[in-house]
Design a protein around this ligand. Structure first.
Ligand code: FPP
Length: 252
């Protein structure tokens, strides 16, 4: 978050506090297109995207959302031009270093989810520090999916469970959803209730494949750098207007 004073913003009066999503997940898409439209290099879109994310985190905290997960870098994003990948890795590291103090003050618990071992070692160190120094915070849980892939996460969980079976520590009959969830990167954080994707693409793109089974989806044409509190307000209003049935029969 930036150094500007953090004045708590009230929840808009048309939203019901008791029907807010506990966990919001975001696919922050459209940074490159946003930059291109402004005649700027793609990386400027990512830089601007950080400000959008900081505003959303603050807004979630102010309005009472308990967890926010952002898709910052997918396992497929390594296929981007080397300069863009390098820029993003440096950006993550710099943002973490700059924002850690304020996030601690704001009682944010930071988590990174994904295959973190493949990230640059200096970034891994910053990630470890931020998670360690905020682990006891009781405010909003902010998860950053970095080098994250939903399929890879599921395969990794299967491998860990299979190994326990092989060692005779676990019987296959005892494998259930709750045990499986405990082997995912996201263990300990509830499933997302609302999944927002910007820039109009109607895809999950390998994000939270297990966890988003019953998430309400909200897709907006707005490009990520332009996603603001008003858009978030609209997404929450749309969420609150829906009936979540979880496969059961609704109030018809
Ligand atoms: C997708 O837009 C965006 C990304 C792959 C990067 C998102 C990362 C940030 C906003 C930085 C977050 C920082 C921290 C520390 C969590 P795109 O490049 O795919 O856009 P395009 O589809 O228009 O090309």
């Amino acid at each position: 978050m930036t150094a500007k004073p953090s004045i708590l913003q009230e929840l808009p009066t048309d939203l019901h506090r008791d029907r807010l999503p506990k966990h919001v997940a975001v696919i922050m898409d459209g940074n490159g297109r946003w930059a291109k439209r402004q005649g700027l290099p793609r990386i400027m879109g990512h830089r601007r995207g950080v400000d959008t994310l900081k505003d959303l985190l603050r807004c979630c905290r102010d309005w009472g959302v308990q967890a926010l997960t952002a898709y910052a870098f997918s396992t497929e994003n390594w296929g981007r031009p080397l300069e863009e990948v390098d820029f993003l890795m440096t950006l993550f590291e710099r943002v973490l270093r700059q924002e850690l103090r304020e996030m601690k003050e704001e009682n944010v618990r930071i988590r990174f989810v994904g295959n973190l071992d493949a990230l640059p070692t200096s970034l891994q160190a910053e990630i470890e520090r931020s998670m360690l120094e905020t682990k006891d915070n009781q405010g909003i849980t902010f998860s950053v999916a970095t080098n994250y892939g939903g399929r890879q996460e599921i395969v990794r969980a299967c491998r860990a469970i299979a190994s326990q079976v092989q060692q005779g520590l676990l019987h296959p009959d005892n494998i259930d959803e709750s045990l499986f969830e405990r082997h995912l990167h996201t263990a300990g954080v509830c499933d997302p209730d609302l999944l927002i994707r910007t820039s109009g693409e109607m895809r999950l793109s390998n994000f939270l494949l297990w966890q988003a089974a019953y998430a309400e989806l909200y897709v907006t044409d707005t490009l990520w750098p332009d996603f603001d509190r008003h858009e978030f307000h609209q997404a929450l209003a749309s969420y609150q207007a829906r009936e979540r049935r979880f496969g059961k029969v609704g109030n018809v």
